[in-house]
Design a protein around this ligand. Structure first.
Ligand code: SF4
Length: 725
């Protein structure tokens, strides 16, 4: 197969996308020039040259605070204690803020572990504002973005006594597309009552919204069928050709970001942007002098996604549906196009059916051999994509709406060929506009693991970088400015060697700030001393007994966290019928719905796997016990984990010591971290894996955890629960 046309296609793989409607090579060149103007020589938004920027003397500390320093803000008797009613002395917060200020001042990177309750958001926001630089804050989730904007920023504004220039950036799928919405209002084309309800909700909201951000529409169902048909995703955006371009919510979001001092994004958007801007092309986050990664323990997996490549059956279906939807309206529909779309759907189904017998995550080795063995299905799909691309290219001259679909078909073809190792010089040229594809094809082929992921009916072929360190070193840490990584779980055995090595961070300042909570008073860690090895046949039965006793003492109110789905269902079956408490299990509804039910149900117990080990917050005594069945070692049978283990071994290292132990330590810290969320929380942590005391490496786990008092006696657990708070 050959890629149609020559040179770089305008690949439409931008997950958030430069909102510029690039339609011609000239447009792209102009865009690149604009981007370069925005990035280098970098006219300072505050009228100063970056080489002269002077931390602590920023433009935005407000008239009354031009001499304000971090110390004057955080020290007892300072701004924070004087103006905040609920002020508590948090030495860790002041220490962290000083560390952030020092890193920004010396333009160094910083890695800081700050325990829960430190108040780390103010600890990085204040030095950033006082430095008067433009900074990006990247959070783990959209919810945390909202919290920053709605809670932390207003608090800081009230403390400082002046407004901050802050912009929120999200992926395009979060915004309403005005063009599609106008079209939908003219021709509603609704199916069923759910669509009708959603249409009414969106209609009322759309007439008044300033931002077009779907998060304002809290009553809209998360699985609304209508929303994906009217959101501002790049694939269906006509860019500058759109009559709504100037009013478009995405255009306005970019405008606000260009005018802001603090830009709040999430890791997905940041790394999607970084992947695109590897060669200064397509980036949307304006140039900045510092970036803070909050919840930084999550970034390795996010980077893997955005510097990776994937192709799923749903992308083919979406392309077919989108073309069909626009073709008749834009007058490029025809019987031939219908035939091509039908051919694409059939070829896509036949090709992806080849993976139907595989496990949910399977390494795909010998891809060329696989392609040759299944040449009929592969060639049919490649021909179907090529045929669609060629046909739409022909009509694109008569219809502006057609061109993005031609590019999309071509982009999918290039991706398919790259993933199936059907690579030649034409393909390398065609992939040049897509950094992740180029990385995979040219630069570091051996650094990618190829695998298949199946979830329900969705099948994805994926290529994931095995080691993101060299990529991140080049794209982030070797750039000007400071990168600040913070989380409650970054250190292993009191060092950052593991995280720094995995992320390619190199030299940096570092700091471990003790949490604000009194773990010796608030917690008890229970490790039974007579448990069999978790690999023994008798383990599940004994674990079920221990869990039943613990839940009896805690009166439910517990998370029971597992490392595997199979173990979770087995123990749930053994335990739940003997418990007088409501028992929920992951998979019985969406994770969000389960969490809501857990919060609202007295004495509830939730059996869960990895999704509940982090990012879940249940303050108060509703959650009074967290039980972990096994040390959460990443399993070598997983394609990405297996490839990382093989790579370390091939380089002469010890993957268990260098990768599996430290990553399990961080996961365990996250899991246990669910229990104590406020200074008044208290409860019991239980670890049913005897290896933590019988194996030499157990010391690393115990040393890396906060200073929990420890027991192996259930009597102590009973006494703890009986003691008044
Ligand atoms: S520019 Fe037009 S088509 Fe693109 S997202 Fe905005 S409103 Fe929709």
């Amino acid at each position: 197969m050959r890629v149609p046309g020559s040179g770089s296609p305008a690949l439409t793989v931008d997950p958030d996308g430069a909102h510029d409607g690039m339609r011609t090579a000239g447009d792209r060149v102009r865009k690149r020039a604009l981007e370069e103007r925005d990035r280098t020589p970098d006219p300072d938004p505050y009228g100063r040259d970056h080489d002269e920027w002077n931390p602590g003397q920023g433009p935005n500390p407000g008239p009354a605070q031009s001499d304000l320093t971090v110390d004057k803000f955080f020290q007892p008797g300072g701004i924070l204690s004087g103006r905040m009613e609920s002020w508590e002395d948090r030495p860790g917060q002041w220490e962290m803020a000083s560390g952030v200020a020092a890193a920004i001042g010396s333009r160094r990177h910083l890695i800081v572990e700050a325990g829960t309750g430190t108040g780390k958001t103010l600890a990085y926001l204040v030095p950033l504002v006082l430095a008067g630089i433009r900074a990006v804050i990247s959070t783990g989730t959209k919810n945390l973005q909202e919290q920053l904007l709605r809670k932390d920023v207003p608090l800081l504004e009230s403390l400082l006594g002046h407004k901050l220039h802050v912009a929120l950036m999200k992926g395009r799928g979060n915004f309403l597309c005005l063009q599609k919405w106008e079209e939908r209002v003219r021709k509603p084309m609704l199916e069923g009552t759910a669509d009708l309800t959603d249409f009414g909700l969106i209609h009322d909201w759309a007439s008044g919204t300033e931002t077009g951000d779907r998060s304002e529409l809290q009553t809209l169902r998360t699985d609304s069928r209508l929303w994906p048909q009217i959101d501002a995703r790049r694939e269906t955006c006509s860019g500058k050709q759109c009559e709504f371009f100037d009013r478009c919510y995405v255009t306005r979001m970019h405008q606000r970001a260009r005018e802001a001092d603090l830009i709040v994004v999430n890791h997905h958007l940041f790394f999607a942007d970084l992947a695109l801007s590897k060669d200064d092309f397509g980036a949307i986050i304006p140039h900045h002098q510092a970036v803070v990664f909050d919840e930084a323990h999550e970034i390795e997996s996010v980077i893997g996604q955005f510097f990776g490549v994937s192709l799923g059956n749903s992308q083919l279906d979406e392309l077919s549906r989108d073309v069909q939807g626009v073709a008749s309206k834009a007058k490029f529909g025809s019987k031939q196009l219908d035939r091509l779309l039908k051919g694409l759907r059939t070829a896509g189904k036949n090709f992806f059916d080849l993976f139907s017998d595989m496990e949910s995550r399977t390494t795909l080795r010998e891809r060329s051999e696989f392609r040759r063995r299944h040449g009929k299905q592969y060639d049919s799909l490649a021909s179907a994509l090529e045929g669609l691309h060629s046909h739409i290219s022909l009509v694109a001259g008569h219809s502006e709406e057609a061109e993005p679909f031609s590019n999309r078909a071509q982009s999918l073809l290039v991706t398919l060929r790259a993933l199936m190792d059907d690579i030649d010089s034409d393909l390398a040229d065609a992939a040049a506009g897509h950094p992740a594809l180029s990385l995979m094809i040219d630069d570091r082929r051996e650094n990618f693991v190829h695998w298949v992921e199946k979830r329900g009916k969705a099948v994805h072929l994926r290529a994931t970088p095995i080691d993101v360190a060299p990529i991140l070193a080049e794209t982030l840490f070797q750039r000007e400015g400071s990168a600040l990584l913070t989380s409650a779980t970054l250190a292993v055995d009191d060092t950052f060697d593991y995280v720094r090595g995995r992320l390619g961070m190199g030299n940096s300042n570092e700091l471990i700030v003790a949490g604000h909570f009194d773990y010796r008073r608030q917690c008890l860690l229970y490790i039974p001393d007579n448990m069999p090895d978790p690999r023994a046949n008798t383990y599940s039965e004994r674990a079920a007994e221990e869990i039943t006793r613990l839940l009896d003492l805690s009166r439910g109110r517990a998370f029971v966290l597992f490392t595997s789905y199979r173990q979770m269902t087995d123990i749930h079956k053994r335990v739940s019928s003997f418990l007088p408490y409501p028992c929920l299990m992951q998979g019985q509804g969406s994770n969000a719905a389960l969490l809501d039910r857990f919060r609202a149900t007295k004495n509830c117990v939730l059996f869960a796997t990895m999704s509940f080990w982090q990012g879940v917050d249940v303050p108060g005594d509703q959650l009074s016990c967290v039980i972990v069945d096994k040390l959460p070692f990443a399993v070598p049978s997983d394609p990405v984990v297996g490839a990382r283990i093989e790579q370390i071994r091939a380089e002469g290292g010890n993957p268990f010591q260098q990768y599996q132990i430290p990553s399990a330590v961080l996961t365990l810290k996250q899991g246990f971290g669910r229990l104590i969320r406020t200074a008044s929380d208290r409860g019991v942590l239980a670890l049913l894996d005897s290896r933590v005391v019988t194996k030499g490496y157990g010391r690393i786990f115990l040393k890396s955890l906060p200073d929990y008092p420890r027991t192996s006696s259930l009597d102590d657990v009973a006494n703890f629960f009986q003691r008044p708070a």
